[in-house]
Ligand binder design. Structure first.
Ligand code: AMP
Length: 170
């Protein structure tokens, strides 16, 4: 079972110069999904996790599976104006301009052991913003994990103070 066989490359989506890593074949196959989940869980080597924080929107898929497997809470980090309750926000840089991400103020308690999850680590802007939100609420990041890391974009530099794991690297 090779997880990489379930990642589909789409050249030119959503922009001409991007090679998009499509995870829908992985989501669509229960055996591959299970294998990928166990690779992510095993990387934690039994460390306790109180909350899994998933980044909108593709970080929600395995984020929820991880939370279930680890018997942890799940916290969605969302794009602006999607969350209904009181929230905090963090801004990050895009190619042109900035964007921000939000989290409910009561999603994490001080001292919670947190796993940050997203599907792809690219430039690291998203992961850095998610880490900032967790830290604002006093969470302790145990690991940032990803299905894939695009190493040539060096995103890990932006979150280098945290342990980082990716099931696949490109
Ligand atoms: P970044 O903030 O640059 O690290 O980008 C990470 C976010 O953008 C993740 O939430 C990914 O879902 C998405 N992303 C970036 N690059 C790709 C790619 N080549 N294929 C699929 N998703 C990507």
């Amino acid at each position: 079972m090779k997880i990489e066989n379930y990642i589909r490359d789409i050249q030119g989506f959503p922009k001409k110069e991007i090679l998009f890593k499509d995870i829908t074949p992985l989501l669509n196959d229960p055996k591959a999904r299970k294998e990928c989940l166990s690779v992510l869980v095993n990387s934690l080597k039994g460390q306790k996790i109180d909350k899994v924080v998933g980044a909108e929107s593709r970080g929600f898929f395995f984020g929820i599976l991880l939370a279930q497997e680890l018997n942890a809470g799940f916290v969605p980090v969302r794009k602006p104006n999607k969350l209904p309750y009181d929230k905090i926000s963090a801004t990050y840089e895009l190619e042109y301009g900035t964007d921000s991400l939000e989290m409910h103020i009561d999603a994490i308690k001080k001292g919670d052991k947190v796993l940050v999850h997203d599907d792809v680590l690219a430039t690291g802007g998203t992961a850095k913003a998610v880490c900032e939100l967790v830290e604002k609420l006093g969470g302790e990041i145990v690991q940032c994990n990803f299905l894939m890391e695009l190493t040539f974009l060096n995103g890990r530099e932006k979150i280098k103070e945290n342990p980082i794991f990716a099931a696949l690297t490109y």
